[in-house]
Every structure is written in C-alpha cells, then in structure tokens.
Design a protein around this ligand. Sequence first.
Ligand code: PMP
Length: 425
Amino acid sequence: MTSQDADVALPAETEVALERATAAHRHQHLFSQRSANIKQSAVRDVFDVSMRPGLVSLAGGNPYLQSLPLEKIAGMAQRLIAEHGMAALQYGGGQGTEELRRAICDVMEHEGITGADPANVVITAGSQSAQDVAAKVFCNPGDVVLCEDPTYVGALNTFEAYEVQVEPVAMDEHGLIPSELQRRIEELQGEGRGIKFLYTIPSFNNPSGITLAAERRQHVVDICRKAGILVLEDNPYGLLRFDGQPLRPLRADNPDDVIYLGSFSKILAPGLRIGWALLPDHLQRSFYLANEAVTLCPPTLNQMLITTYLAEHDWLGQINTYRQLYAERCAAMLAALKEYMPDGASWTEPEGGFFVWVTLPEGVDTYPLLYDAIDAGVVFIPGAAFSPSDKPSNQLRLAFSAVPEEAIREGVRRLAPVLGKAMAG
Ligand code: PMP
C-alpha cells in the first residue's frame, strides 16, 4: 500500500524515508556473507569527532604535511601535465611504471634491501590495497592469518572482509615473541587449520610503537618458513627511525619467504595513494594479476609525480626533517606522560614511527573513557580497535605525529584526570 491509497497523505519526507526503507528491505538478501564482516573502523569514528574545534586529537596517525615543499611539488605536477599530459592522464601498466619501480628499489636500499629487481615490485594504491591483494590471492574463508597483538586496525578490517580468522600472537617490549609464535602455529596446525601468513609490522608497530628486536628477526622468519607459511612484512614507518640507521627488514635476508610492503604515505603524502609490494619471484605474477583485477593500474599521474619528486628533491633530507620533528614530538609526549599520568599507568617508548601505547591496570576498559575524554577536550583510540577479538582493552593509542608539541602536552594534561578517575573508580 502506498500513501496514495491511504486516507491521509504522508509528508513528503516520510514518503521518501518509507521508500528507502522498502528498498533496503528488498535488497537485504543480496549482501554477500563477507560484507557482514566489514565494519566501520573505530579510528574512522573518532576521526569525525576529532575535527571539532578546540579538541586536541591524539587519535589520527596522520603524517605532518606542513613541512613538505608544496610549491615545488605543485610545479612538478604542473610541468608533468603540461609536458607529458597525454601519458600522465592515460591508463598505465597494471604493475606500475618501470621508472617508479626502479626508484622504489633505490628507496628500499636505504633500509637494507639491496639488489631488489624492479620486475618483482608491484605498485599498489597504498599498503592498504596491497594487504587486500594479499588476502585475495592467498586466503579462503576460514583460513588463518597470524598477526601481532595489537596490530593495525586497517589490516584487521581487510583480512576479516575475506572471512579470514585473524589470530593474534603476543608481543613484549622487544616485539613478537618467537616462542609464542611457534606455540600458536603448532596449536592451530594441530587443529588442522590452514595458516596462510604472518602479517607483521616489525618496525614501530601501529598501534604500540614497539619494534621487533634485531636478534629476533631471523628467528621469526625461520619459524614461519619451517611451518610453510609466508611473512607479510608491512613497513611504512621503517625509514622514520629517530636515531641511527633503519633496522634491517625481514625481507632483506629472506627474499623467498617474505612479501614486503612499502608506502609513500608516511614519507611523502598519503593522499597520493601509492604504495608497493616487493614479491618473491614465484609470487610476482599472481600478485600482479590480482592487483590489476582490483585497480587496472595504479594512478599514473601520481606515480610520475613521485618519480619526479624522488629524482629532483632531496627526499632523504626531507625524511631526516621528519625524523627530527617526530623525535621531538615523541619526546614531548613522553615528558608529558611522565608529568601527568596517574601512578599505575605505563607506556611504550618508541624508537620511531607515530605512536605511543598506554597500558592501564587490568580491568579498566578504555572504550567508554573515550567519551569522557572528548568531554575533557582530547581524543585517543581505544585499544580494543587493534585486536581481532572484541574483548575490552585496558590499553589506548596516542599519536604524536600530527600535533605540535604544546598541543601534545595539553592533550595529555586533559587526558590524565580522565584515566586517573577510571583507575580510582
Ligand atoms: N600499514 C600500517 C601499519 C599503517 O599504519 C597504515 C596507515 N596508518 C597503513 C598500512 C596504510 O598505509 P597506506 O596509506 O600506504 O595505505
């Protein structure tokens, strides 16, 4: 029955709402089973709130773009379109341009990955889409992916969308615990479960800021190799180590067992949406074809812009500027935590990256505290977002990357009494 049949005509907006509800009902049964696993991420929820004026956001892990040479980059983009517009605005190859793949191999040399073949690089729409392609290529519904506990929320969302069972493995202050990894693999394989890969962020883990110790790195790969599973190494922060040389990625000494993911999001600009995967020879083709099926080709203009930026700008100098800036911001956050946090709270002391991970005593759930924190004028991400289980978490993530030192200090000062009250109560 429509409103035309009714005695009383409904207001126009009610009519529209009714039509939408009817359409939603008609389409309800069309959803794939996997779509039920696709959730709004807690990070996105908080993102919207964190734009409110006056609020200090320690939530979003955004890079600080203000120190980029914007005019120079604008000039490059203008020149590319004026001089090479027909190519820059056209479709390109599905693997990405050879020029950028070659330049990416030079970037990776700075982290210790030497002699990589540009033919084994596949350019993706950020590391995020490389994670998606990896899940698409390797995972059937019900398969297991191992990850650190805690791990990157975007990866959890991606893997879960493929109906994968994500199994967390414990970390300590030196990163993933090899004996725990071994134990979990034995348990799961003993139950006949198919484990496909270990997803790991060995350097400056998001959200914990923890780094896998150099002496554990080979052991972790050896355990996976012996168990017949791949390692998916996600390293967007690797070059952003505050002091000293970047740590040697797992891929550096294990070209056949590790798929390495890199990104320009943290060292240049996330809006360009350019990342990459470096693959073992035998996986390159499957990965490349799956990537092509998703995006046809990575954005041509953005690839050309990054190639030009790497060739014409002191990009390593730019990274050094960021390293110093993030080191100062991290130091400001650690100093503020020391000054303001209630007794009983503890936190990590990262050597690079964007994040500090705060642990409160057992039994305190940080999720509801978010609303009190917003009232107090500060936002963070509750720890539960970074774990595949929906268990309450007594931990929370603070990002120092995008906020000036004074605001970091003010944010921590506002947060401390909110946590203190919950710990006392
Ligand atoms: N991996 C990790 C560990 C991240 O922290 C992020 C972004 N915060 C991503 C991947 C996504 O990066 P991209 O912009 O390259 O897709």
